[in-house]
Design a protein around this ligand. Structure first.
Ligand code: UDB
Ligand code: ZN
Length: 179
């Protein structure tokens, strides 16, 4: 199983690379990698397992964060009873987004960043993401709220972007565009 020692930390140049498209249909190896990433998130949200292995409670992880520079990521949104709970995606792309932006009010963190970075991270309020799901099928998702933010954070990793790159240097608490 994946643990925190498998997570690549900031400073490693892999996190700054633009990841390569996954060849489709996904290979057995790529599928296994994505499944391990989902398993990591599920474990990290299980209080007993997280305590035992010292896992930070993760909601998303992108392949470059485990040293694999390929365009795939996993998310696991806690509860909500939505179908989105545990989800893996290959070659995601944001095909459209709102003009309105939003931010998590307490800023963002990252599994690859072992320090607090303060400031608001502007994100699109709503996005439509297309890509290929775990079954190898082309899908389109319309997202808003926290899921939309998590997807944008993970897609940024595939492009070598860290959340703090998006914090306004001169005004870290600059408010989002509300319409
Ligand atoms: C996270 N977790 O996984 F609202 F139950 C963060 C860390 C960096 C703090 C581990 C997180 O936000 N957990 C969380 C949030 C809730 C409710 C809950 C658990 N990431 C993922 C990451 O680094 N992916 O690369 C950071 C998030 C910041 C905004 C979106 C992703
Ligand atoms: Zn991250």
């Amino acid at each position: 199983m994946l643990t925190m020692k498998d997570i690549i930390r900031e400073g490693n140049p892999i996190l700054r690379q633009v990841a390569k498209e996954v060849e489709l249909p996904p290979s057995k190896e790529d599928k296994e990698t994505l499944e391990k990433m989902i398993e990591f998130l599920i474990n990290s949200q299980d209080p007993e397992i997280a305590l035992k292995y010292n896992l930070r409670s993760g909601v998303g992880i992108a392949a470059p964060q485990i040293g694999i520079s390929k365009r795939m990521f996993a998310v696991h949104l806690p509860d909500e009873g939505e179908q989105l709970t545990a989800f893996g995606m290959y070659n995601p792309r944001i095909v459209s987004h709102s003009v309105e932006t939003t931010s998590l009010e307490n800023g963002e963190g990252c599994l690859s960043v072992d320090r607090e970075v303060t400031g608001l991270v502007p994100r699109f309020s709503r996005i439509t993401v297309k890509g290929v799901d775990m079954n190898g099928e082309e899908i389109s998702l319309r997202l808003r709220g926290f899921p939309a933010i998590v997807f944008q954070h993970e897609i940024d990793h595939l492009n070598g972007i860290m959340f703090y790159d998006r914090i306004e240097e001169d005004d870290p608490f600059k408010k989002a565009i509300k319409l």
